[in-house]
Structures are given as structure tokens and as C-alpha cells.
Design a binder for this molecule. Structure first.
Ligand code: HEC
Length: 239
């Protein structure tokens, strides 16, 4: 009995010594730390806890990236016919848009379609890709809408350019393609239009996405009767 009493005292003293020697600067012991420490998953890591084992998730269906607008026409013969008949280029036909369109066309399209749009690009000459039409091909009778549709979805041997180009860039290329068509058909050059701020605002593109005000901000700016502030901000950063 006595020895048990001594043992207990000795044990308590030992425990006390251990506890009192603990440096208060150090984090203390944690029991069941799951309650305190959040689990930090590595981006793109593999974890069993997630469905299909991946940390990275696909966006919810119907998600629209910032600065991106859904395209209304379907990738079907009907959708294509509708776009051909109804879809119009919302960008004004300005020199800036045409110059930009030309440089993008030279990067993305000229290898096949040729600098003049006659279907005699370097890949056609070397017979790497066959069946490239000239833009004045009467059977195709391309329109602003059909050109955009083809860039968006691609057609047979021609791939889609939706991933490489922004909405605005595609419409700039579109203007340039239509100008090549006019030239091939011997039509007079189309006159340039004036750019208005309203029209610039029409088209969000991924390049502009960072400067688009947050939803909340936007609202308060729209409350401003003239909305002038937003317009100025955008044109400044675009330059
Ligand atoms: C890899 C070669 C290649 C590239 C690059 C290419 N195209 Fe094409 N394009 C084709 C071929 C081939 C066709 C004919 C497809 C068919 O109808 O079978 C075509 C067809 C077209 C047509 C006619 C579609 C119609 O309505 O019948 C247009 C307009 C067009 N391309 C525009 C472009 C534009 C604009 C670009 C650049 C963004 C581009 N293409 C890049 C190969 C190419």
C-alpha cells in the first residue's frame, strides 16, 4: 500500500516535470489533429477520396468561362445553314480590325488557303491537304456567318479555331476573309466604318477578361446613368 502511494506521487512528479519543461513556444501535442488541420490537396493530385480519384474537377455543365460567350448555332447542317443566312459580323469594318484580321489570317489560315484566299497555300501546293476551296467558289457562296461557323466548328479536313482564337479575333479574321473574297471577285474595296464605343463593348474576349469589372462592380457602374466610366476604362486597357 505504501509503495503504491509512493509510486503514485513519483509518477505525478515525473509527469509534472515533463509538462513544465515543455517550451511554450513550441506547438503542443495534438490528439486527433484531423479536427484542427485542414487537408490540403495538391492541384491535379490523385486522391481516393474524390470521385474518379482526381483532385481536378471538370467545370459544372453549362459553365461559361469569363469573357466567353456561348455560340448559338449548332454543329449540324441546319445550324450551319442558319448561321450562313443570319449570323452577321458585329465588329465594325475598320482599318484596325482588318489589319488585325490580316495578321491572324496569315498565322492561322494562309498555309492552306493562301495569302490571296484562292486556296493555293503552301500545304495545297505541296499536296498535303486537298480540296481547299477558293473564297470566291460560287458553289459555296460563303457569307460572314458561314465563315465564322466554319472557324468555330471546323469542316472536314479543316479543324476548329475556337480554341486558338477569341471571339473578337475570329470576327476580325472574318472581315479579312470577306475582303479577300471581294478582291477575288473583282469587287471594289469596301469602305471603312467608324468604330463606336458601343460596338467595342459588344464583344467580350478572353484577352479582355481580366479588365472586366466584377459582377458587383459592374452593377454599381451600370447604376451610373451614362455608364461612361466602364466604357472609358475598357478602351484604355485595350490599347
Ligand atoms: C489545314 C488546312 C486549312 C487551314 C489551316 C484552314 N482551312 Fe479553311 N478549309 C480547308 C479545307 C480542306 C476546306 C474545305 C472543307 C470541305 O468543305 O470539305 C476549307 C474550307 C473553308 C471555308 C469554306 C467553308 C464552306 O462554307 O464551304 C472557309 C470559309 C474557310 N475554310 C476559312 C478558313 C479560315 C478563316 C481559316 C483560318 C482561321 C482556315 N480556313 C484555315 C483547309 C484549311
Amino acid at each position: 500500500m505504501r509503495s503504491l502511494f509512493h509510486k503514485t506521487i513519483g509518477f505525478c512528479l515525473l509527469g509534472f516535470a515533463v509538462v513544465s519543461c515543455h517550451d511554450k513556444e513550441d506547438p503542443n501535442y495534438q490528439y486527433m489533429p484531423d479536427m484542427y488541420e485542414p487537408v490540403g490537396y495538391e492541384a491535379y493530385g490523385e486522391y481516393d477520396v474524390f470521385e474518379n480519384g482526381q483532385e481536378a474537377k471538370l467545370p459544372v455543365e453549362g459553365t461559361v468561362p469569363r469573357g466567353w460567350m456561348p455560340y448559338d448555332y449548332e454543329n449540324t447542317p441546319e445550324g450551319s445553314a442558319e448561321a450562313k443566312a443570319n449570323l452577321k459580323n458585329p465588329l465594325p469594318y475598320t482599318q484596325d480590325n482588318l489589319v488585325e484580321g490580316k495578321s491572324l489570317y496569315t498565322i492561322y489560315c494562309a498555309v492552306c488557303h493562301g495569302d490571296k484566299g484562292d486556296g493555293k497555300g503552301i500545304l495545297a501546293e505541296r499536296e498535303k491537304i486537298l480540296g481547299i476551296p477558293s473564297y470566291d467558289d460560287a458553289g459555296r457562296a460563303i457569307t460572314e456567318g458561314s465563315v465564322y461557323h466554319v472557324m468555330y466548328f471546323g469542316i472536314n479536313n479543316m479543324g476548329s479555331y475556337a480554341a486558338q482564337t477569341t471571339i473578337k479575333e475570329r470576327w476580325q479574321i472574318d472581315h479579312y476573309v470577306m475582303s479577300l473574297k471581294d478582291k477575288l471577285e473583282g469587287k471594289p474595296e469596301r469602305e471603312y466604318e467608324e468604330e463606336t464605343e458601343e460596338q467595342t463593348q459588344l464583344l467580350p474576349s478572353r484577352a479582355d477578361a481580366e479588365v472586366t469589372p466584377d459582377a458587383g462592380e459592374e452593377e454599381s457602374m451600370q447604376d451610373n446613368e451614362n455608364g461612361q466610366e466602364t466604357a472609358n476604362n475598357q478602351t484604355e486597357t485595350q490599347e
